[in-house]
Each structure stands twice: as structure tokens, then as C-alpha cells.
Design a protein around this ligand. Structure first.
Ligand SMILES: Cc1cc2nc3c(=O)[nH]c(=O)nc-3n(C[C@H](O)[C@H](O)[C@H](O)COP(=O)(O)OP(=O)(O)OC[C@H]3O[C@@H](n4cnc5c(N)ncnc54)[C@H](O)[C@@H]3O)c2cc1C
Length: 319
């Protein structure tokens, strides 16, 4: 059995929620024990937080790892994992940058954007991926005899329970040469005071069905009627049209959200959009009864949102 590792991303000492998903995925792939890898500069808090979900934590602490430069992190990770290991990462822009090169460096298979795990048969790992823009699911058999680098779609598996209590091992001295051709210039943080849809309890989320920029106001009025726990979010075409700012986009290339209630208004339900919704009751309103969003929704309403939204706002204001 290969040794299993999970690369754990973190910020300000807090590890990403996906760490618990990576731990669960490794177990579903047959791992008895899973080791987290935490890299950065001053990572003690993040490393001990990772111990909550993993049997052991490799800490690689080095000033050269202060910024998420995939070229450097890849070198550090490749230096500490034994040949034939399976390395899991959460599928996102950083994993897409680091994963392929890591698989080449370690001569391991590369399996990207895994959405399901069918099991293991000897050295054959069976997983599910979506292809052709999310229109089909493919069952992939990968030979992991030489190890693998696997990126897991956020939300694809139920997170593992915590309380594991893995000890931290300092591997900083084994990271080797961390020089890089690529220079990390700066981290651009969102403007202070900007909207944070990840904290909202109710999301009034609009899609292309809103039809015109002027109609965005309808969603804003509904949000106001619901109150301070609500926020307006959207699908990508609304951001592409510059009708709303990127911080409001839900999806695989936007934000991951976990509201109590997600009102999907005029959103078709692409996998890229649904990939960003990780919890809550989904209420979909769409004028097309065959819209895919109805497959994912807890409640579905066939209606024209341009009539539905003002009517709902009025009802709430009348309460
Ligand atoms: C690499 C990549 C990453 C992507 N990342 C994201 C992402 O992070 N987030 C994201 O959202 N998308 C993302 N996309 C785009 C995604 O594939 C879809 O194109 C997008 O989610 C569709 O948005 P939509 O549902 O608003 O629009 P559409 O698919 O056009 O759906 C509009 C819906 O509105 C309904 N409708 C129209 N008028 C009305 C009305 N008056 N009343 C009620 N219903 C109405 C229609 O029946 C339809 O179902 C990504 C795509 C790629 C290739």
C-alpha cells in the first residue's frame, strides 16, 4: 500500500476546510494512515490544526515558502514524499499550478478534479471525473503503482471527523534547494469592506435569467427585505457582464458558499456553479421546468423571476 499524503492549504494559521475532505478521500482510497504536509513561513498554528484530521503532519517551515509559489512548494513537497506516494490536493488554482509538475517530478500518475471515489483494486485506483464541460461523468481506472498526484474537487466527499491528534514532524531541514525561476511579487487582497458572500446565511443568487443590468436592483431589494443576514451572489455570466463584482460569484472559479438558504434565481445549474454550493437548502426558481438546477434543488419553483422576485419582496415586507 502506497503512503498517503495531503497537501493542506492555510492562511493566517487557519487551515482550509478542504483539509478534512482530503483526509476522508485518502481513507476512501484505502489509506490506513494519512500524513498532512503544511508548508510556509511560521506555520506552527496551521501544522497543529492539521493534526486534528491527520495521523501525522510534516511541517516545512522556510522563508522561501512564505508565498504560494507553486514552483517552490513543489520542490519542497517532492523532497519529503517517498517514491510511490499518493499526494492529494484540493482542486483549485494552486493545485492546478502545482499538481502536474509534482507528478512529473515524482514520476507518478496525475488525476485532476476528482468528484467521486469508486475504490481501489490492487494498484488500480477507481475514481470519477467530469468531462466535456461537466456534461458527462467518466469512471477512471488509474495505475498508481508508481504513486499519484490527485486533485479533489471541493465538496466532492464528506469531510472526515476531527480529533485524530496527529503529531507534527519538522521536515524543514529536508526541503533542499528552494531557489526558483518564478518570482512571487505580491498578494492582492480584496478591498476592505467588500462583500463577503461566504458569511451570509441567505444568498439571493442571480443568473443570466435576470436578463438586464437594471434588474439587479430587484435582487438587491429582496436582499434588503430579508435583512442583514442576506447577501446577493451570482453566477459567472453576471460577473463577466460586469453587472456585479467578482467577489459575488459562486462556483468553481468563484467563491464556495455554505448559507442556510440558497435562492437560485434564473440559474441553470452548471456543475461549475453547483460546485461552489456546499451546504444549505437550495430553492431554485426557473422558467424552464427542465433546467438542471431542479435536479440539485431541495425546492423548485417554475416561474418567471422578473415577476417572482418583486412578489416575494412585497410579501416579506408585508410580514
Ligand atoms: C473553467 C470554467 C469555470 C467556470 N466557473 C464558473 C463559476 O465559478 N460559476 C458559475 O456560475 N459559472 C462558471 N462557469 C460558467 C458555467 O459553465 C455556466 O456557463 C454558468 O454557470 C451559467 O450561468 P447561468 O446559469 O446564470 O446562465 P445560463 O446557463 O444561461 O442559465 C440561465 C437560466 O435562467 C433561466 N431563465 C432565463 N430567463 C428567466 C426568467 N425570466 N425567469 C426564470 N428563469 C429564467 C433559463 O431557463 C436558464 O436555466 C465556468 C465555466 C468554465 C468553462
Amino acid at each position: 500500500m502506497a503512503q498517503f499524503f495531503a497537501y493542506v492549504q492555510h492562511a493566517d494559521g487557519v487551515i482550509e476546510d478542504t483539509a478534512a475532505e482530503l483526509a476522508a478521500a485518502a481513507k476512501a482510497m484505502g489509506a490506513d494512515s494519512v500524513t498532512a504536509i503544511v508548508t510556509g513561513s511560521g506555520v506552527d498554528a496551521a501544522a497543529s490544526a492539521a493534526g486534528e484530521f491527520f495521523n501525522e503532519v510534516y511541517k516545512i517551515d522556510n522563508a522561501d515558502l512564505a508565498y504560494p509559489n507553486a514552483e517552490v512548494v513543489r520542490k519542497a513537497v517532492a523532497a519529503v514524499v517517498p517514491a510511490g506516494s499518493v499526494v492529494l490536493m484540493s482542486h483549485g488554482t494552486f493545485a492546478m499550478d502545482m499538481g502536474p509538475g509534482l507528478s512529473i517530478k515524482t514520476n507518478a500518475a496525475y488525476i485532476a478534479d476528482v468528484t467521486g471515489i469508486d475504490g481501489v483494486d490492487g494498484t488500480t485506483l477507481k475514481v470519477v471525473r467530469t468531462e466535456l464541460g461537466g456534461n458527462i461523468s467518466t469512471h477512471v481506472n488509474a495505475d498508481i503503482a508508481n504513486g499519484a498526484v490527485i486533485t479533489l474537487r471541493p465538496g466532492a466527499v464528506e469531510p472526515a471527523a476531527g480529533g485524530v491528534g496527529g503529531a507534527v514532524a519538522d521536515k524543514s531541514g529536508e526541503a533542499g534547494d528552494l531557489s526558483a525561476k518564478r518570482k512571487f511579487i505580491e498578494v492582492v487582497t480584496p478591498e476592505a469592506g467588500g462583500v463577503d458572500i461566504t458569511k451570509a446565511e441567505v444568498l439571493v443568487s442571480i443568473g443570466r435569467g435576470i436578463e438586464e443590468e437594471d434588474n439587479i436592483e430587484l435582487a438587491m431589494e429582496l436582499k434588503e427585505a430579508i435583512g442583514s443576514k442576506a447577501e446577493v451572489s451570482c453566477s459567472r455570466p453576471i460577473v463577466d457582464a460586469k453587472w456585479l463584482e467578482p467577489a459575488r460569484q459562486v462556483g468553481t472559479s468563484g467563491k464556495t458558499v455554505k448559507p442556510n438558504v440558497y435562492l437560485a434565481l434564473g440559474i441553470s445549474g452548471s456543475f461549475q456553479h453547483l460546485g461552489g454550493i456546499k451546504g444549505g437548502i437550495i430553492i431554485a426558481v426557473n422558467k424552464n421546468p427542465n433546467a438542471p438546477i431542479f435536479q440539485a434543488a431541495d425546492y423548485g419553483i417554475e416561474a418567471d423571476i422578473l415577476e417572482f422576485i418583486p412578489a416575494l419582496t412585497e410579501k416579506i415586507n408585508d410580514l
